[in-house]
Design a protein around this ligand. Structure first.
Ligand code: SF4
Ligand code: SF4
Length: 300
């Protein structure tokens, strides 16, 4: 039986596709978007997350760590990430969850059991399951196996993808996926590199293929002020999306809610000064896409 690394299972989600959904968050992403709200998802292997404000200085983590990576200093636990081997003993003994392991190995059956628990909500709301991340297609065989069982049970399946994966992975999972929530960040390759660390060529090509095959796709565009919200860019994006026959776009306004997660995993947030876009700006952008006959939703 296939196993995968899951870092969260979110129940009763209303933002990851139609109806009430269970969202399965999978570890690993080939991009490193400057604004990523789930930085703990990016590395494939597990992370140790530390929330300073929850620490009660009990010292249990220090005693449990096999490599002396944790020290107490001024009533605060300090994790030396250079020394840490992510064994996780510290998190297991931490009484307040100040230390947590992010990422858990699960089997297909274990994930399916979690999804099945809320079947009644999917039926009543037109919901289902959504695979997210990270980039869920980094573990596409795992996704395929779970989605296949869901399809057999009549559960709607969606996937939130960056599209930066080999076509073969998308081509396989599309057999068991009803809806692609497909992220597009920038049409220009250099700008895309600056924003995400990777080229957009494969992403754009994969989306064209999905559109050609008439798969159900909602294009999701994170709006990052000063990076991809220029009028010319949005107009070109709208025209390109419409030219492929795609009709639905979600504009996702940049927000800073994931900022504190960076500190918890020992990373530095790269764009603290970028402002969140105002409502009237989002409405102006929405119009650019509507002019191309596209239905636009602001938010996920
Ligand atoms: S075990 Fe948890 S609460 Fe106790 S010192 Fe370590 S981090 Fe703080
Ligand atoms: S693609 Fe998504 S999960 Fe990956 S780095 Fe970008 S925002 Fe984060």
């Amino acid at each position: 039986m296939k196993k995968g690394i899951v870092f969260n299972i979110q129940k009763y989600s209303l933002h990851d596709g139609p109806g009430i959904r269970t969202t399965i968050f999978l570890k690993g992403c080939p991009l490193k978007c400057l604004w990523c709200h789930n930085p703990e998802s990016i590395r494939v292997d597990r992370e140790i997350s530390y929330s300073k404000n929850l620490c009660i200085s009990c010292g249990e983590c220090m005693k449990a760590c096999p490599v002396d990576a944790v020290k107490l200093h001024r009533e605060e636990s300090i994790l030396d990430r250079e020394v840490c081997i992510k064994a996780g003993e510290c998190a297991e003994v931490c009484p307040t969850n100040a230390l947590e392991i992010v990422g858990k190995e699960m089997t297909v059956d274990e994930v399916v059991k979690e999804i099945e628990k809320d079947k009644v909500f999917y039926q009543e709301s037109g919901g289902g399951v959504t695979f997210s991340g990270g980039e869920p297609l980094m573990q596409w065989e795992f996704v395929y196996e779970i989605a296949k069982v869901c399809k057999e049970q009549g559960i709607h399946t969606a996937i939130d993808t960056s599209g930066h994966v080999k076509w073969e992975a998308i081509d396989q999972v599309r057999k068991v996926i009803d809806l692609f929530l497909y992220d597009v960040k920038h049409l220009d390759t250099d700008r895309h590199m600056e924003m995400t660390g990777v080229s957009n060529l494969r992403i754009l090509e994969n989306l064209e293929r999905l559109a050609y095959l008439k798969e159900k796709v909602y294009v999701r565009i994170p709006i990052i002020p000063g990076m991809n919200d220029e009028e010319d860019h949005l107009r070109a994006l709208g025209k390109w999306i419409a030219s492929m026959g795609l009709k639905e776009v979600m504009l996702l306004p940049y927000h800073k809610t994931g900022m504190d997660k960076y500190e918890r995993i020992g990373w530095k947030y790269q764009i603290p000064d970028v402002p969140e876009p105002r409502d009237e700006e989002m409405q102006r952008m929405k119009k650019k896409f509507q002019e191309e006959g596209i239905t636009v939703k602001i938010g996920g």
